[in-house]
Ligand binder design. Structure first.
Ligand code: ATP
Ligand code: MG
Length: 143
């Protein structure tokens, strides 16, 4: 197993519902360490850039509208297999298919309003982390 880093976003709806602590607890309880954190309210242009890979998808305008409606929390999580571990904790994209006990299963309202984002591969993690954090913003724990 490898120590990885991944970008997590606690999406606007979850911040609005005061779920920041609940979600962060789940990460920490499952061996993920928070090595960077910030609250940010993206502009339309910034959200379009972050989700550029989905530009041609029919849900793109709705996704951008949701991600810009109010501030969200961006986190960098570090730990063994952090990318897959985070995605397991999140559950599938569609909350109606997510098991109870997963973040999306417990709190997701719809495919768009699905509580959290997590990087899906090492390459996307690097790009997504760099979108929100510079290298001096990352604080790996001394071991
Ligand atoms: P994320 O990237 O947010 O961690 P994911 O990797 O499970 O989620 P993606 O396919 O990358 O899902 O889609 C990015 C986001 O776009 C999803 O989290 C969801 O909010 C939205 N989305 C994806 N598919 C749909 C859809 N069919 N209808 C509406 N929104 C969608
Ligand atoms: Mg994705």
């Amino acid at each position: 197993m490898a120590v990885e880093r991944t970008l997590s976003i606690i999406k606007p709806g979850a911040v609005a519902k005061n779920l920041i602590g609940n979600i962060i607890n789940r990460f920490e309880e499952h061996g993920l360490r928070i090595i960077a954190a910030r609250m940010i309210h993206l502009t339309q242009e910034q959200a379009q850039a972050f989700y550029a890979i989905h530009r041609e998808r029919p849900f793109f305008p709705e996704l951008v509208a949701y991600m810009t409606e109010s501030p969200f929390i961006a986190l960098v999580l570090e730990g063994e297999n952090a990318i897959a571990r985070n995605r397991e904790l999140m559950g599938p994209t569609d909350p109606s298919k997510a098991a109870p006990g997963t973040i999306r299963g417990d709190f997701g309202k719809s495919i768009t309003r699905n509580t959290v984002h997590g990087s899906d591969a090492p390459e996307t993690a690097v790009t997504e982390i760099a979108f929100f954090f510079s290298h001096v913003d990352l604080f790996p724990r001394a071991r």
